[in-house]
Design a protein around this ligand. Structure first.
Ligand SMILES: [Zn+2]
Length: 174
């Protein structure tokens, strides 16, 4: 074996071009995950207008949205709506709870025919939209009624709500 052959024997062989693997499928996540109760928040130290501002900013609510949201400890629920007045317990004063209650207020603005259309559109989204499916898997409360489903969709998905559902939230999407 001459020197040239020895060198040739040790010369690195060109690496064959390897196939580039497909990027992994994006992992779906809920855009607005549930925030835990905060028992340090009280009637005295919670500024509800700040929480409403956070909801409006993070859910991209149109500037001309108007509503009445107050702090209250009158009921044992995180939030409740009577007429168009939304009450939130201080420990539950977070944007997601506000979003849920606001959805109830706008649901009441729908006609009966629109509510029927929502039921059909929501059933369709539950069957076909991966994000709506994921939301309902993680939050089965969304399956208890069409009204709660309507509220949970908006609360957890916000702007990522399927386009087919946005029309059922008058005033909340520009
Ligand atoms: Zn509700």
């Amino acid at each position: 074996m001459c020197i040239a052959q020895i060198i040739a024997a040790f010369k690195p062989k060109p690496v064959p071009e390897l196939p580039v693997p497909d990027p992994p499928a994006p992992v779906l996540t809920i855009p607005h995950p549930e925030e835990p109760q905060d028992i340090t928040q009280s009637m005295d130290n919670t500024i509800i207008s700040d929480v409403v501002s956070r909801w409006k900013r993070e859910w991209n609510v149109p500037d001309d949205w108007q509503g009445t949201i107050v702090l209250s400890e009158a009921m044992p629920y995180p939030g409740w709506t009577i007429g168009d007045v939304i009450s939130i317990r201080p420990s539950w004063a977070n944007p997601g709870v506000i979003a849920h209650e606001v959805a109830h207020v706008v649901y009441a603005l729908l006609t009966d025919a629109e509510k029927d259309l929502f039921v059909a559109a929501y059933a369709d989204a539950l069957a076909t939209d991966p994000l709506v499916k994921l939301m309902a898997q993680q939050h089965s409360y969304a399956l208890t009624s069409s009204i709660e489903g309507h509220a949970e969709c908006y609360r957890y998905l916000g702007m990522s709500l399927p386009e087919t559902l946005k029309r059922f939230y008058p005033g909340l999407f520009a």
